[in-house]
Write a new protein. Structure first.
Length: 398
């Protein structure tokens, strides 16, 4: 018997194809019948749709590329993400799954949440707002900028939680402490936007320095919440999505533990994102019996950011793990070269003053080998890396 979620996907996408000519054209080109979906294997016969392809289809047939399977009159909003890509929002959609993140974090009635995400064009501000109100919290729609005013708001209203980019959260926290003193800072929870670079290490420092618990989720404008943090490792996949890890070129599902592109199918087909390639990379921490990902790793980087070294793709996340696991190291970079027809990796480390460099070198090599599954060929200590320096530099063709 087919799993319930596949029965629902088969029915929903069969109906959607009758309303959305772009979706029907996609199915016809692949010789794919959505009614035949009974399992993950059946679903995986449909080629992956890349974000770039969706953008091109929307340019050819604006605004939705023929993929909207609902009446225009039923839309409550249209979001516009960089590209631009248009994403419809149906009335009654709530926080598009983000309420699960707030539930996991214990946000409820009595919490006062300052939401600093933008409320125009992109969906972040409104989705966080709706989700927080769905769990009973009171929301202050701060939006972006005005740090002095928002710092005053934090102090005078007793804000307990903040939604912000990591950089803006730090700006707000420092502004509160500098203007009002350390005791005025009462925030307990921080919902931070994901960043590349040494983001996980930065989160740990934020928790130690500002006395907060940090939370994050994996979401896209096209799909809403895909997975969210709880008390376990990585992200729990939202039950309304089928999450797969696939080869970024062929689209074939990869074996458990292999890093590849995150491919998602939404159960709701009004905006029919079926086998949608997000362009982000990760691996499965846990899967159910048919291979559907139930717990997702932290993001390893964009698919195009990986560098192949000795037949292994090394992702930026591996360098983040080096920083996290190495005491006394505040930044790192991997430089890949080809010497005598052999790929080599050299780790550049920026150490704190007084750090034990011998121990740091050993720990860094161990951490890189664990996360990247290959061994570094050398370690070099340097004085500085630029703030937004690439975590992996590919010099194989230089």
């Amino acid at each position: 018997m087919p799993d319930a979620i596949y029965r629902k996907i088969a029915a929903a996408y069969g109906q959607a194809a009758r309303k959305a000519p772009g979706l029907k054209a996609r199915f016809d080109a692949a010789g794919f019948d959505p009614a035949s979906i009974r399992s993950l294997r059946d679903l995986s016969r449909l080629p992956v749709l890349k974000k770039e392809q969706l953008l091109a289809l929307q340019r050819e047939n604006p605004p939705f590329g023929g993929f909207l399977a609902a009446d225009l009159e039923s839309l409550s909003r249209i979001y516009v993400s960089p590209g631009p890509i248009f994403e419809p929002s149906l009335a009654g959609g709530g926080g598009h799954g983000f309420e699960e993140l707030f539930k996991a974090a214990g946000i409820t009635v009595g919490d006062l949440l300052l939401n600093t995400w933008s409320y125009h064009l992109v969906p972040a501000g409104l989705l966080f707002d709706e989700a927080a109100r769905a769990v009973g919290a009171t929301v202050i729609p701060g939006g972006t900028g005005n740090r002095e005013l928002q710092a005053q708001i934090i102090v005078e209203t007793g804000v307990t939680a903040v939604c912000a980019s990591t950089a803006f959260f730090l700006t707000l926290a420092d502004t509160v402490i500098e203007a009002y003193g350390r005791n005025a800072w009462k925030v307990r929870s921080a919902f931070l936007g994901g960043e590349m670079g040494n983001w996980m290490a930065k989160r740990r420092r934020i928790e130690a320095d500002y006395g907060v618990t940090t939370w994050a989720a994996y979401a896209t404008a096209d799909l809403g919440l895909v997975a969210y943090e709880d008390d376990g490792e990585g992200y729990v996949a939202h039950p309304n999505h089928v999450v797969q890890i696939c080869d970024p070129i062929s689209g074939e599902p990869l074996a458990a533990g292999e890093t590849g592109e995150i491919v998602v199918t939404a159960r709701d087909a009004n905006w029919p994102m079926i086998r949608f390639g997000t362009g982000d990379s990760g691996f499965a921490l846990e899967s159910d019996g048919d291979g559907r990902v139930t717990r997702l790793s932290a993001l390893q980087g964009r698919v195009g950011a990986a560098v192949k070294v000795r037949e292994i793709f090394v992702y930026p996340r591996a360098i983040e793990e080096v920083v996290i696991a190495t005491p006394g190291v505040r930044a790192a970079q991997a430089v890949v070269t080809c010497e005598n027809d052999r790929d080599t990796v050299r780790l550049l480390l920026v150490a704190e003053p007084g750090a034990d460099r011998i121990m740091a070198q050993t720990r860094a090599i161990e951490a890189f080998a664990t996360s990247a599954r290959i061994r570094a060929d050398g370690v070099e200590f340097i004085d500085l890396l630029e703030e937004n320096a690439s975590l992996i530099v590919n010099k194989k063709d230089a």
